[in-house]
Design a protein. Structure first.
Length: 306
């Protein structure tokens, strides 16, 4: 038998260290002090080395004990998580979810996605916040975020959920006012409308890639900058300016020729979409289930446009 085959021995060791003494550990575990002492001795015998050094004044963890303490905590956390998942898998999902998403993607895709999830799990309720300034939403108590663009916060887990394809688009009325554009430089004199917010794409420059992997960056001075993609789309539809817009938002406009692609042989860089959540080890079943559901849902949704 090895030191890792009996989790009760590892749990006893961790409890003794965290409580500072065998007597305090016995009170926490609600066992007798002699029982806890026997468990510690058994663990040391299996380990073949002393894990704690004790005298009449103090108790200290040996270097080997310190290494075992780290491994034991990780192993016990995994065991507790597995046990919770096992029990939760046998229960109907319930409870409240707090979600956030960017405004336009949240209205167009996340809202029907959440509606589908709630119909599958009628004992779950959801609060959905729509914001294009999501920097501290997880710290403020949200469980999950749906975010396109860069994820700068290293404290969160970010699961990929597809990529958003961007197009240069304009109203036919605007295109008719200018000579046929054959290369990015031809667009320098065109008016632009653009999204604000660094995590999506820049409002001050546009980087385009050709089918031959040529790259070119245009500096632009938009006549309109808005936080909302739908707002930018509406401005483009009036003929106000040229815009970088996502395929999911303008697919129907392109089919109906209300908008047309400009320089179709060039494209902006795709924007990754992520489902983000706090980097904690143990997640409630409703949170884990929604993460898996949303990744699958949005990956399928975005694949419709590729």
């Amino acid at each position: 038998m090895t030191a890792f085959e009996d989790l009760s021995l590892l749990r006893a060791f961790v409890c003794i260290v965290e409580c500072g003494s065998i007597s305090a550990g016995a009170r926490r575990l609600k066992v007798s002090q002699p029982t806890l002492s026997r468990q510690l001795r058994a663990l040391e015998e299996h380990s073949g080395v002393a894990l704690l050094r004790r005298d009449t004044h103090a108790m200290c963890v040996t270097p080997t004990g310190q290494r075992l303490l780290t491994d034991a905590r990780n192993l016990l956390a995994h065991a507790d998580e597995a046990d919770l998942r096992l029990r939760e898998d046998q229960m109907e999902l319930s409870g409240h979810l707090r979600l956030f998403a960017t405004i336009d993607w949240g209205q167009w895709t996340v809202t029907p996605m959440v509606s589908s999830f709630l119909q599958l799990h009628p004992k779950v309720t959801v609060e959905l916040a729509l914001t294009n300034r999501p920097l501290h939403m997880l710290r403020e108590g949200c469980d999950i975020g749906i975010l396109p663009g860069k994820i700068a916060d290293e404290s969160v887990v970010a699961r990929p959920a597809g990529a958003i394809v961007l197009h240069l688009a304009a109203a036919p009325s605007l295109v008719k006012k200018y000579p046929l554009a054959k290369k990015p430089d031809d667009l320098k004199s065109w008016p632009w409308v653009s999204i604000s917010g660094f995590q999506f794409w820049s409002s001050k420059e546009v980087t385009l890639f050709s089918r031959r992997d040529t790259e070119q960056t245009l500096r632009i001075s938009p006549i309109l900058i808005s936080e909302g993609l739908t707002s930018i789309r509406e401005a483009a539809l009036t003929g106000l300016g040229l815009a970088v817009l996502p395929d999911w938002l303008i697919a129907e406009d392109l089919r109906a020729r209300r908008l047309v692609r400009v320089l179709p042989q060039w494209k902006a860089k795709d924007v990754p979409l992520h489902v983000v959540y706090a980097g904690q080890r143990l997640l409630p079943a409703r949170v884990s289930a929604f993460i898996d559901f949303s990744v699958a849902y949005m990956t399928k949704e975005l694949a419709r446009y590729t």
